[in-house]
Design a protein around this ligand. Structure first.
Ligand code: 5MM
Length: 340
């Protein structure tokens, strides 16, 4: 493990008020998003969409790193440039999603365990040789009647820690993503309690596996009421609860926390991140950044529609959304405008 390289990369991912663009949707997820808009679900359509993203002029002003998918790193732009090179040319650090998806957990109805540890050491070796500098593994925790179980939390935390150890051995910074889902009618307090329990378990496992905390990034959910909960707290209340939960659970040695958006609207995700930074930035031990997929991509995808003629307008929407999140890192996202 080259500690200096890991620490340098981890810090670069959360420096200069930039954040990470997650564009690592697996084929089923990407196809689902395309299908909803009537876009053909083909390898070429996925390639063209991601070319639109990585060739967005000025994207590197707000985006520090891009999480790619295995299919994408083996594809090329229309002019023959390999995707990884195109990302680097844009001033963005290339990374890769390495979990093999969240699968039904045996004996635990309604719960999932992320797979992909078998053969991971060899895959990471290849990714490092291809020039990728960080990786991402997502675990999914659902809230419902009698769930999450301790078994589900512990199994996912253990897998995250084993993944992180293999990444650091290969010289890749692990992004550790335990996502507590927004689905359901649970309260903000319930999400707080589950997120606290999950993060405590994850950091316990990371400690047991000897993870260099200075050379990793945490990608958690914000602490939110369930989507169907009748009481939806204000932006500031969400910011307060999220920071309180993270202060209780995330060691100060971790350089940065880059939130997932998890199905929040782009505007709300930015407003909540901005509120956290405006209220707390000066006295937090870690950077509070973003690693959004939908909350950056969705407006651009809706404009693109799979049509070449729409590329400039879609790129403008993508650039704007990325810039707004950079403003949110400075606590300066305009929350006066109407939030959907
Ligand atoms: C939670 O999903 C991650 C962040 O995306 P959002 O900001 O939209 O919530 C995202 O990186 C996710 O892990 C990838 O899209 C891959 O998802 P799948 O389900 O295809 O593995």
């Amino acid at each position: 493990m080259n500690e200096t390289t890991l620490i340098k990369t981890a810090n670069a991912l959360v420096s200069d008020d930039k954040g990470i663009l997650a564009m690592d949707e697996s084929n089923p997820t990407c196809n689902k998003r395309f299908a909803a808009l009537g876009i053909p679900q083909t390898e070429e359509a996925r390639r063209a969409y991601r070319e639109m993203i990585v060739t967005t002029p000025g994207l590197g002003k707000s985006i520090s790193g891009a999480i790619l998918y295995d299919e994408t790193i083996r594809q090329h732009l229309n002019d023959g440039t390999p995707f990884i090179k195109a990302v680097v040319n844009a001033g963005i650090i290339p990374g890769i999603k390495v979990d093999a998806g969240a699968k039904e957990m045996a004996g635990h109805p309604g719960e999932k365990i992320s797979e992909g540890l078998d053969g991971l050491r060899d895959r990471l070796k290849e990714y490092a040789q291809m020039g990728l500098r960080f990786a991402k593994w997502r675990a999914v925790i659902a809230i419902g009647k009698d769930i999450p179980s301790q078994a589900c939390i512990e199994a996912n935390a253990h897998a995250l820690a084993r993944y992180a150890a293999l990444c650091q051995e290969a010289g890749l910074v692990p992004i550790v993503e335990p996502e507590v889902l927004m689905d359901g009618d649970h309260t903000l307090q319930r999400c707080f309690d589950v997120t606290e329990q999950v993060l405590k378990t994850v950091f316990n496992q990371l400690y047991r596996q000897g993870i260099l905390l200075e050379g990793m990034i945490l990608k958690p959910n914000m602490v939110l009421p369930g989507l169907a909960c009748p009481k939806q707290e204000s932006v500031d209340e969400v910011a307060d609860a999220t920071v309180k939960c993270l202060l209780r659970t995330v060691p100060a040695a971790v350089p940065g926390i880059a939130f997932l958006s998890g199905g929040q609207s782009p505007e709300l995700a930015s407003a909540r991140l901005s509120a956290m930074n405006s209220r707390y930035k000066s006295h937090l031990p870690w950077e509070l950044a973003f690693s959004f997929a939908r909350a950056i991509q969705q407006p651009a995808l809706e404009i693109w529609q799979g049509k070449e003629a729409n590329v400039p307008e879609a790129q403008k929407a993508l650039f704007d959304r990325a810039s707004y999140n950079r403003a949110a890192r400075q606590g300066e996202y305009n929350t006066n405008k109407k939030i959907k």
